[in-house]
Design a protein around this ligand. Sequence first.
Ligand SMILES: Cc1ncc(COP(=O)(O)O)c(C=O)c1O
Length: 405
Amino acid sequence: MYKTPDLHSPLDSGATARVREPSMRRFADADEMISALEPSYPIYCLRPHVLADNARRFVDGFPGRVMYAVKCNPHPAVLHHLFEAGIEHFDTASLPEIAQVREAHPRAEAYFMHPVKSRAALLSAAKVYDVRHYVIDHADELTKILEAVERRDIAVLVRLSTPGGNALFELSDKFGAAPAEAVELLRAVHEAGLETGLAFHVGSQCGEPAAWSTALDIAAQVIGAAGVPIGYLDVGGGFPAAYSNHDVPPLEDFFAIIRERLATMPIGPDCIVMCEPGRALVADAMSLVVQIQLRKGDALYINDGIFHSMSEPAAAGVQLPARLIRPGGGVAPGMVEFTIFGPTCDSTDLLPHKVALPADAGEGDWIEFGQIGAYSNSMATRFNGFSSDTFVTVNSPPFRPVLRN
Ligand SMILES: Cc1ncc(COP(=O)(O)O)c(C=O)c1O
């Protein structure tokens, strides 16, 4: 028999003090940082003003509530700046993420959006951290929630699978109920006396605004067939960022198509519409500075790679904008397409694409990679003893790719 320990919430004490910004060294740009630190280790250059601009763009433009997907970049400074810019809802996938959000920002709300949760995590989420929103994609998960969570003032959102093919990272292969199952799950949540909701995720780095109207069409059929009141409609994340090999429409095109389709959804005026972006809020708010440790012909060996900040170039072929930095020194004319190896002993630790840099790039030079705010530090391992965990802030504009069209 599963037992409920007697827990006291550290947040019950009305902890509302304003949380201080995590302290980090500040520089005008990556060049100034390199001149000051001459780092032989990788450095993340965070741009708080870009986080604030991105947050405002979502809060002002998206027709509903904006939740930040913490998994994308959980650095405390990222959460801090997004919160300060008006994002007070956080999509969390685990108890540590919930704890991080709720302890650093007691006024923020954490949503437990992972469709598979342990009983212990459910118990602590509800009792210690006051979490009131959960996701399921299977009837047994609803049973688990009903058994592990005593309180009944909660909402359970049913994750619906959507057609794939539009995104670089498909998410419906692993999670999501088929429409007919989703109908049954919505009814079961309602019959259990809980507030209902429907959620989907079209996949990460989705460059097709039409993917949301297709998903919303399916959601409309599910809601119509279920015939129960819908408290929440969550259109997920997936909003794309620009990479050197991936041009994307402006965010406003996505918001417009969602707004248009929402106008005819079978939901009441009280239904809360939500989105849960990660990548589009943070990708261009951070760059990474690495140092070249050795040159062998047209190959450069650097101090970060696919086991650390650059797993996405390896997993999905995204290409990051790159520039050489050599403070106080000129570079040779002409560019060379270099192979870039990461620091570990594994021969797969290399970027799958070549990187164009000045022809005389070599040991001791630095490279800045842009658009690396999403799924970089959050995915990094400590393989071979290498780690990338030094952050500074810079005031410079985002280092975005120059795209041909
Ligand atoms: C449930 C859920 N919500 C939100 C996100 C964030 O997606 P993105 O960074 O593509 O916006 C993810 C990413 O995996 C996810 O699994």
